[in-house]
Design a binder for this molecule. Structure first.
Ligand SMILES: [Zn+2]
Ligand SMILES: [Zn+2]
Length: 216
């Protein structure tokens, strides 16, 4: 997999190198226990996921609200992004919206836990993150990246009724009919038939009769 270096069109396999979305834990406590902040995180290039390329022309926007005290901080965060991916049927670029919410608990790293700095879950759907100090700078860009990637839809359609591509000639059927015979065998079914024939030689009819491509 290629590594992103910030060039437009580069596939990004991990969090963009320049990402930072940090707050000062000490400020939360000074502010009386709550603090709200917003980060805008740009993505130049495509995120490669689900075998597709997701293009972001606008930054990912994170709104976070932190509350707590020296024993630990709880954060509600909302992530919003607009991006573009190819329609799953006709492959036309299609805009979609990501709206994801998350809860993170920050706890001071227990001194007897050595190098453990992170746990996946607090047990009730919240992410639990151990930090060296509640009163230090805490960067949530790793978590934002994880939320973003898991919220990418596997399938986006340009419209519910997208007609997709003709399996024979590849024409986008949303732009009109092609001249392929509508009753012709679907090539994908032909492949399936060939596979079944390989597994079972007792096909009906003469041996050389393939229904996919035996036409003279
Ligand atoms: Zn489509
Ligand atoms: Zn066609």
């Amino acid at each position: 997999m290629k590594r992103g270096n910030g060039d437009p069109g580069t596939d990004i396999g991990g969090k963009p190198p320049g990402w930072s979305c940090a707050f000062d834990g000490a400020a939360v406590i000074e502010e009386g226990g709550t603090l709200s902040f917003r980060c805008e995180l740009p993505i130049s290039g495509c995120i490669d996921h689900w075998g597709q390329k997701y293009r972001f022309n606008e930054p990912v926007v994170v709104d976070a609200r932190v509350a707590g005290d020296i024993s630990g901080l709880g954060m509600d965060l909302a992530l919003e992004a607009r991006a573009e991916v190819d329609c799953a049927r006709c492959l036309e670029p299609t805009l979609f919206q990501v709206s994801e919410k998350g809860h993170i608990f920050f706890k001071p790293l227990p001194e007897d836990k050595g190098d453990q700095d992170k746990a996946d879950s607090a047990g009730d759907g919240d992410d639990l993150v151990f930090v060296p100090s509640i009163e230090g700078e805490i960067d949530i860009s790793d978590q934002v990246w994880e939320y973003l990637v898991v919220s990418l839809p596997e399938k986006v359609l340009c419209s519910e009724g997208c007609l997709g591509l003709c399996p024979s000639c590849g024409k986008n059927r949303n732009r009109g009919e092609c001249s392929c015979p509508t009753s012709g065998p679907d090539p994908r079914l032909g492949v399936l038939a060939d596979l079944m024939k390989d597994g079972n030689d007792e096909a009906p009819g003469k041996g050389g009769n393939s229904n996919g491509n035996a036409k003279e």
